[in-house]
Design a binder for this molecule. Structure first.
Ligand SMILES: Nc1ncnc2c1ncn2[C@@H]1O[C@H](C[S@+](CC[C@H]([NH3+])C(=O)[O-])CC(=O)[O-])[C@@H](O)[C@H]1O
Ligand SMILES: O=C(O)C(=O)Cc1ccccc1
Length: 255
């Protein structure tokens, strides 16, 4: 019963344990950010992405350093707003506003509850929108925290170019991605270490294998060189890795 003291209403910022791929599935559909995923998302992302918690807290520090007064800070593919909250609690520049965008209605609806329960003072404008359709302007900080990997490859350069155009001089793009490696032995080692990380966090071999099938044609990783070339072609004066754990990395690109 839900009134048992050990079964409280789930905190919207924490949700439930991820058991989506725990039972054998007859056919595995492509991964979607639907209500089922929203309900377990904080648990799923922490147990699946090595360095996720560190990346989020460092985004707060980076935003504090690079946010300019009278500018917008964007969280693109915000999910439940983890990076938005980190920025909201660290930015000190005057008259900043955070614009957080996601195209999953279920994510945005839950994210609204998370923001309402938060006491941060910076205004947050939450938008349910596709990144291909969103305006990016007067920006000092843009965050793409594990989002570009879900955008079709042929659309990535146009999005990065629009971000570059929307950034102020000295503005930054923080780009976190699952990456792949050209050296097959190194790629195999990184995948093995990532799977060990998931196993250590309680996922079974079946869960790991079924999730892998579900994201196969949905999450398309690129190499760090491909990311750096795209950022450089868009005009960024620098683009370098500031954090990496296995095949998960974050870059900072400065305009
Ligand atoms: N075209 C699109 N337009 C808008 N949103 C999109 C699009 N494609 C995917 N998304 C959204 O991008 C998010 C990716 S999760 C980001 C984690 C978050 N940044 C975090 O710091 O916790 C990463 C992961 O689950 O690995 C989902 O919420 C999608 O709905
Ligand atoms: O779970 C994985 O294997 C991943 O690569 C990361 C991930 C995290 C959350 C949603 C989709 C993929």
């Amino acid at each position: 019963m839900s009134d048992h003291p050990k079964s409280p209403q789930p905190d919207p910022a924490r949700g439930h344990t991820d058991e989506i791929f725990a039972e054998p599935l007859a056919n595995i559909a492509g991964f979607q950010f639907d209500q089922k995923v929203v309900d377990v998302f904080p648990d799923m992302i922490k147990r699946s992405v090595p360095g996720y918690t560190t990346t989020i807290s460092m985004i707060g520090d980076l935003a504090q350093r690079y946010a300019q007064s009278n500018s917008y800070c964007y969280d693109l593919g915000c999910s439940l707003g983890a990076a938005t909250l980190a920025m909201r609690h660290h930015i000190r520049a005057a008259d900043c506003e955070i614009i957080a965008i996601d195209n999953s209605e279920a994510m945005i609806e839950r994210c609204r509850q998370v923001m309402a329960a938060d006491s941060g003072e910076l205004p947050v404008d939450l938008r349910c929108q596709d990144l291909q359709a969103c305006t990016i302007e007067n920006a000092s900080v843009v965050v793409l925290n594990f989002t570009l990997q879900f955008i079709p490859r042929e659309e990535r350069s146009a999005l990065i170019a629009r971000i570059y155009e929307g950034l102020l001089p000295g503005g930054v793009l923080i780009l976190s991605e699952k990456v792949q490696f050209e050296n097959p032995a190194h790629q195999a080692l990184m995948v093995e270490l990532h799977h060990n990380f998931k196993r250590a966090n309680g996922y079974s071999d079946l869960e790991i294998a079924q999730k892998r099938s579900a994201i196969e044609n949905v999450l398309i990783p690129e190499t760090l060189d491909e990311h750096k070339s795209r950022l450089s072609e868009a005009g960024f004066s620098s683009a370098d890795v500031w954090f990496q754990c296995f095949n998960f990395a974050s870059l900072i690109a400065i305009k």
